[in-house]
Write a protein that binds this ligand. Sequence first.
Ligand code: 6U4
Ligand code: NA
Ligand code: NA
Length: 156
Amino acid sequence: DGEVKLLTLVIPVEDDKRVLLGLKKRGFGEGYYNGFGGKVEPGESVSEAAARELEEESELRSPKLDKRGVLTFHYDDKPKPLEIHVFRVSEYEGVPAETEEMRPEWFAFDEIPFQKMWADDALWYPLFLSGKTFEGEFYFENTHDLKRHELRETTT
Ligand code: 6U4
Ligand code: NA
Ligand code: NA
């Protein structure tokens, strides 16, 4: 067990115009729109975990997950920070389907429902959508209140 908990977040992008988000139906972040993802399991690489969670939660399969950023979240009510690896997917097979965890929906880049998402998303999605790579740290209180953050673009 490391000092952080590793998670993945996969955001399908279509024609550089729309993103596929899912309304999370259960668990951590229930009620928020988010990308698809979850915990990295023992024996899995981060990108294997990302591909598995994308398929489990949206029924899409992708041969190409493009790592765009690493975000570290400090929650005052969780023992370890969450280190979330963010991937962009622009090639995939399948049709998005509702699963036990997520109800998928396409959003135009300028209609992303940030008021129904984690507070950090409005800060880093602009970098993600413009094709940049990035890293950041976010500090939350009471699970949902973003108190401070650092965010920077990285060079690939
Ligand atoms: P179970 O219920 O064990 O199957 P699992 O699918 O492994 O869970 P889950 O759904 O709890 O994991 O993972 C949380 C998801 O929420 C990951 O994709 C990361 C994402 N997430 C957590 N905090 C976030 C935040 N502040 N901003 C964000 N995504 C966040 O955009
Ligand atoms: Na999940
Ligand atoms: Na999981």
